[in-house]
Design a protein around this ligand. Structure first.
Ligand SMILES: NC(=O)C1=CN([C@@H]2O[C@H](COP(=O)(O)OP(=O)(O)OC[C@H]3O[C@@H](n4cnc5c(N)ncnc54)[C@H](OP(=O)(O)O)[C@@H]3O)[C@@H](O)[C@H]2O)C=CC1
Ligand SMILES: CC(C)=CCC/C(C)=C/CC/C(C)=C/C=O
Length: 319
């Protein structure tokens, strides 16, 4: 059996990323410091952050506590963050990253992503609604944002740069102008949205993929009671009981066996441990193919806030 526990995936620029990390979206500032400390104690070395999550300072506190205790060194950790939609204008990009570095209390990131291809009006509000309750868009093209991202690598503020929520056509546009190619595309990915075509495309271009919301994001703010709950899927539960594992563990193992990086979020110590405990079993090829059949275009994070944006990644029939 392949041992994935210490697995890393190599980017096209040579940097390596641990295949498994901790998500931090929706982790409250009052909870995230302990969660990151617990995760580092348990062996996590990759933390997925974003300016938009509003908790980078508290993530940084945990990192510094563990460095001060001698549990890890900065170079043992892989830190990702993301450029929010209101900072796409090229002259705002470096300042946005520096604000993230200040919050995290580090002097470089391992990976900085454009969070979404959609730019929003740069007026200070992260969600700049107008009086009619609609988000105000900016007309910045993400290819211009990318050129500003490249400068961050040259200035050693981040080791690698990449994308998040970009579709095939949008990635192709980036590749046409890139001097530094994106090393990663972070996208929603789980059995209800297995993203096979987009993953195959990214792989063909040497772009690694990170699977976000791998457990189906049950704590997403827009969840409705009638929405399906991935971890409660009867077929998944039956499969998990056969392996004597939990549905969450099967969902995470599924991604690791596809050689995808994955970043489940939890602020609960027992779950942070449970989610990491997936390196002692292997799903058969037959079961991997069975899980593939769950695909139903079931997107939990459609970003309806940005509907109508000319660069919305999910609004046309591209993938
Ligand atoms: N680039 C992007 O646009 C996006 C990136 N992401 C990234 O991906 C990460 C993960 O995705 P996210 O949407 O948060 O959702 P996940 O699919 O990771 O689900 C998180 C939820 O599952 C619960 N949970 C975690 N482990 C278990 C378990 N073993 N058993 C039962 N419940 C469990 C958590 O509860 P609790 O915390 O209470 O334990 C939380 O409610 C984000 O946190 C973020 O870092 C996510 C969305 C968009
Ligand atoms: C409705 C509320 C309370 C928040 C909206 C959050 C939002 C705009 C999410 C969309 C982007 C997203 C899924 C980011 C995760 O990284």
């Amino acid at each position: 059996m392949v041992n994935y526990s210490i697995s890393k995936i190599k980017f096209s620029d040579g940097q390596e990323i641990p295949i498994f990390g901790l998500g931090t979206w929706k982790s409250k500032p009052g909870e995230v410091t302990q969660a990151v400390k617990d995760a580092i104690d348990l062996g996590y070395r990759h933390i997925d952050c974003a300016y938009f999550y509003g908790n980078e300072k508290e993530v940084g506190e945990a990192i510094h506590a563990k460095i001060a205790e001698g549990i890890v060194k900065r170079e043992d950790l892989f830190l990702t963050s993301k450029l929010w939609n209101t900072f796409h204008r090229p002259d705002l990009v470096e300042g946005a990253l520096k604000e993230t570095l200040k919050n995290l209390g580090v002097d470089y990131l391992n990976l900085y992503l454009i969070h979404w291809p959609v730019g929003y009006k740069e007026d200070g509000e992260l969600m700049p609604y107008n009086e009619a309750g609609k988000i105000q868009f900016s007309n910045v093209d993400y290819v211009d944002t990318w050129k500003a991202m490249e400068l961050l690598v040259q200035k050693n503020l981040t080791k690698s740069i990449g994308l998040s929520n970009f579709n095939k056509r949008q990635i192709e546009r980036i590749l046409q102008i890139a001097t530094i190619k994106p090393v990663n595309n972070q996208i929603e990915c789980h059995p209800y949205l297995n993203q096979k075509r987009l993953i195959d495309f990214c792989k063909s271009k040497g772009i690694t993929v990170t699977a976000y919301s791998p457990l189906g994001s049950p704590d997403r703010p827009w969840a409705k009671p009638e929405d399906p709950t991935l971890m409660e899927d009867p077929k998944l539960k039956e499969l998990a009981s056969r392996y004597k594992k939990t549905p969450a563990q099967v969902l995470l193992r599924y991604q690791i066996q596809r050689n995808l990086i994955t970043i489940p979020k939890s602020v609960t110590k027992s779950r942070i441990e449970e989610n990491f405990n997936i390196f002692d079993f292997e799903l058969t090829d037959f079961d991997m193919e069975y899980i593939d059949t769950f695909d139903c275009n079931g997107r939990f994070c459609p970003n309806t806030f940005a509907l109508g944006h000319p660069h919305h990644p999910f609004e046309n029939d591209d993938y």
